[in-house]
Design a protein around this ligand. Structure first.
Ligand SMILES: *[C@@H]1O[C@H](CO)[C@@H](O)[C@H](O)[C@H]1NC(C)=O
Ligand SMILES: *[C@@H]1O[C@H](CO)[C@@H](O)[C@H](O)[C@H]1NC(C)=O
Ligand SMILES: *[C@@H]1O[C@H](CO)[C@@H](O)[C@H](O)[C@H]1NC(C)=O
Ligand SMILES: *[C@@H]1O[C@H](CO)[C@@H](O)[C@H](O)[C@H]1NC(C)=O
Ligand SMILES: *[C@@H]1O[C@H](CO)[C@@H](O)[C@H](O)[C@H]1NC(C)=O
Ligand SMILES: *[C@@H]1O[C@H](CO)[C@@H](O)[C@H](O)[C@H]1NC(C)=O
Length: 647
């Protein structure tokens, strides 16, 4: 199932400028950390910590400058933030930023100028209010570190406890800093409040000591999250000979020790290259199986990157704590489970971030590239992609490993963190499509034609639910037809509409067939969405075909389509793929190297690909034709600009 994509078209500079003026926020200093709740954004830069509303309005910000007081005892060291204008002699740089919604607090941890860890717990609603502070290490001490940290829930007998999971990049050459009493392993669980026993941020697990996951070699962490009770951690295990992309599953149950000891691992098999590594990832929302998308560097460099989808559902059949790279007590020489990709979605240079979301039956991938493009790619459940569009572009080249997020309130904007700026880019501009055909041809799962407003809109902007949108599976045409002939010589025209409509609209669906010759259909065949049928009164077709007009009604929406009915046996000649395509486009069927009635042959165009030996149509070539076809070039803004090759 290797797929897709030869071509990407890029917005003209003009449109780029137009978006530039749209929502954005410029920070004091480059963005270091970015976290979100259901309505608020928290951004840490080198200089300040910001609290913004979902539409990027500033609520509050704090300086990262303060006073570092060093007493006689090691635990006498404290960092105090000062006001913007006060004297200061130290800074606090944040490497871990975790909104703890259940506790109405924001956990921010990092390092102060003495190279020691520092943590603050702030009021989630107003970050000016400090709830707690401590000199302690949570997460990495270096901001350049590729590490991950997130909150996990561990289910116990009577309650569920929340811990901070940190998975910290390990590098053998890294200098050891023991001056601050650092005692962290590769993956750790730390408390989030005093009630859990050893004090807030404690690593210990009661009498069971200090559990942790160790790693054998150099490792960097790319992503991590929890779904139900399973915790997922993605890493690159690096060595001079080979790199491995590793997934660890943990079960968040019973205790810290049990959770960490429950580790099971898998290796993601990406390519034959021994230097492949994971660059960025995003879980694809949905129920079972757990689907996840990853951007991989095939050769370890920046240029050759691919976006792939894996099924990462946990496999609990293997023994726990038996892995060659990660262990709580001793490493084991076992071969881990191998996971192979379900699909390769796109090959494109310089991809550095991805966000996957679901929109109706479609998956939508937002991809940020190092050369400054935000690309949107809609993919159906069979992993067939619609044409990609560029939502935003900047000429400023810079690697961004920060995650992309969707606006948690309206779900209609993507946040793009970039240097010292946060952009809020609309996911679609449906209103630019001015008729049903254009709206449908955009193949954008966010956009549909709203009958009551007579415009192309988001679904929730269409009040009467007479919203007509693309079907669940990728289609090249809104309406297709088939010409069939039964054993009695009865010819029928079957029209299939490739649309998704609301319940109300589908019950208010009619088709009306007409031709110049007048009387066309016999009998009464009430349409059943998405199909309608006409049994022709004539048993012969004119040699140059019969032009039929079909009027559709979907609630308030009226559509008119012209269909040409052809005598399928008139399409004849040497059995080339061109003849085959001509046959299927005419609504006929391909059978035994010739064209016959639709009910007597194959009606899927893919059958034609097999015909031309030596000129096999690859999927990407087909997409080239599809993406640059006339209907699309007039409707999609992405097709007006300069074209750019994707490979
Ligand atoms: C910073 O200033 C405070 C108070 O002015 C002082 O007590 C402290 O020793 C200074 N710290 C450093 C690291 O110079
Ligand atoms: C919230 O956190 C504070 C300190 O960070 C702690 O004292 C308090 O017990 C926590 N509250 C809840 C409800 O967990
Ligand atoms: C946040 O708290 C501070 C101090 O308690 C107060 O001065 C400020 O007005 C509060 N800000 C907001 C936005 O509520
Ligand atoms: C959306 O499209 C309309 C019509 O083409 C245009 O006027 C408007 O500026 C576009 N908005 C954005 C944000 O691109
Ligand atoms: C189709 O064409 C063939 C010969 O070209 C003819 O025999 C047949 O009757 C035609 N069928 C119809 C339905 O017109
Ligand atoms: C074209 O595809 C067919 C079947 O998919 C295969 O047998 C044939 O070898 C291919 N031809 C070339 C030139 O790749």
């Amino acid at each position: 199932m290797i797929l897709l994509l030869a071509l990407l078209s890029v917005l003209s500079g003009e449109l780029g400028l137009c978006l530039e003026e749209d929502g954005g926020f410029t920070f004091d200093g480059d963005i270091r950390q970015f976290a979100m709740t259901s309505n608020t954004l928290y951004i840490a830069t080198e200089e300040r910590l910001y609290q913004l509303s979902h539409d990027l309005t500033l609520i509050n910000s704090l300086t990262q400058r303060g006073i570092l007081k060093i007493g006689n005892q090691q635990d006498d060291v404290q960092f105090y933030r000062v006001s913007d204008t006060a004297e200061w002699n130290a800074t606090f740089s944040i490497n871990v930023l975790l909104p703890f919604t259940k506790n109405d607090s924001l956990i921010s941890c990092g390092v102060t100028d003495d190279d020691c860890g520092h943590c603050e717990v702030l009021d989630l609603k107003n970050i000016s209010n400090l709830l707690y502070r401590e000199q302690i290490q949570v997460g990495p001490l270096k901001s350049s570190s590729r590490s991950v940290s997130f909150l996990v829930d561990v289910k116990k007998k009577t309650q569920t406890d929340t811990y901070i999971l940190t998975a910290i990049q390990q590098n053998k050459e890294q200098y050891e800093n023991d001056k601050c009493g650092i005692n962290q392993q590769t993956a750790n669980l730390q408390d989030t409040d005093n009630k859990q026993g050893g004090g807030i941020f404690s690593l210990t697990d009661g009498a069971s000591g200090t559990p942790g996951i160790k790693s054998k070699g150099d490792v960097e962490f790319v992503d991590g999250f929890q779904i139900k009770s399973t915790i997922y951690l993605f890493s690159n295990v690096l060595s001079a000979q080979t790199n491995r992309v590793r997934l660890i599953w943990l079960e968040g149950e019973k205790s810290k020790t049990d959770t960490l000891k429950s580790l099971r691992g898998a290796t993601l098999s990406v390519s034959d290259s021994e230097s492949s590594r994971l660059v960025a990832s995003s879980v694809i929302p949905g129920e079972q199986p757990v689907l996840w998308s990853g951007v991989f560097s095939v050769d370890g460099g920046d240029t050759d990157t691919e976006l792939m989808v894996f099924d990462i559902s946990p496999d609990y059949s293997r023994n726990t704590d038996r892995d060659p790279d990660f262990y709580t007590s001793v490493p084991s020489e076992v071969t881990p489970k191998i996971l192979k990709p379900k699909a390769v979605i796109v090959r494109q240079s310089y991809m550095t971030s991805v966000l996957a979301v679901r929109q109706n039956a479609w998956m939508v991938f937002y991809i940020w590239t190092e050369d400054g493009l935000l690309i949107k790619l809609s993919v159906d459940r069979n992993y067939h992609a619609a044409c990609p569009t560029v939502l935003y572009r900047t000429s400023d080249d810079r690697k961004v490993f920060l995650k992309l997020h969707l606006d948690p309130v309206d779900h209609k904007h993507v946040y793009v963190p970039f240097r010292n700026q946060m952009k809020r880019v609309p996911v679609s501009n449906c209103s630019m499509y001015t008729n049903v055909q254009e709206c449908w041809s955009a193949q954008d799962p966010y956009c549909g034609w709203c009958g009551s407003k007579s415009s192309c809109t988001f679904e929730d902007d269409c009040t009467d639910s007479d919203w007509l949108s693309i079907p669940d599976e990728s289609q090249h045409k809104m309406i297709s037809h088939k010409v069939e002939k039964d054993t009695n010589g009865q010819i029928s025209l079957k029209i299939h509409t490739h649309l998704t409509v609301g319940q109300k609209v589908s019950s208010d669906f009619t088709c009306q067939f007409s031709a110049i010759s007048g009387h066309l259909c016999i009998g009464n065949n009430p349409p059943r969405f998405p199909q309608c049928t006409c049994y022709l009164s004539d048993h012969t077709l004119p040699p140059d075909g019969l032009h039929v007009t079909v009027k559709f009604r979907f609630g308030k929406i009226l559509l008119l389509e012209q269909v040409k009915l052809t005598n399928c046996s008139d399409i004849h000649g040497p059995p080339t793929s061109i003849l085959c395509q001509q046959c299927i486009k005419a609504g006929c069927g391909w059978s035994r190297n010739s064209c016959s009635w639709a009910n007597q042959g194959e009606t899927d165009e893919s059958v034609c690909q097999k015909l031309e030996s030596g000129k096999n149509f690859s999927v990407s070539v087909m997409l080239f034709f599809y993406c640059s076809s006339d209907t699309l070039s007039t409707s999609g803004r992405a097709f007006n600009g300069r074209r750019r090759k994707l490979f």
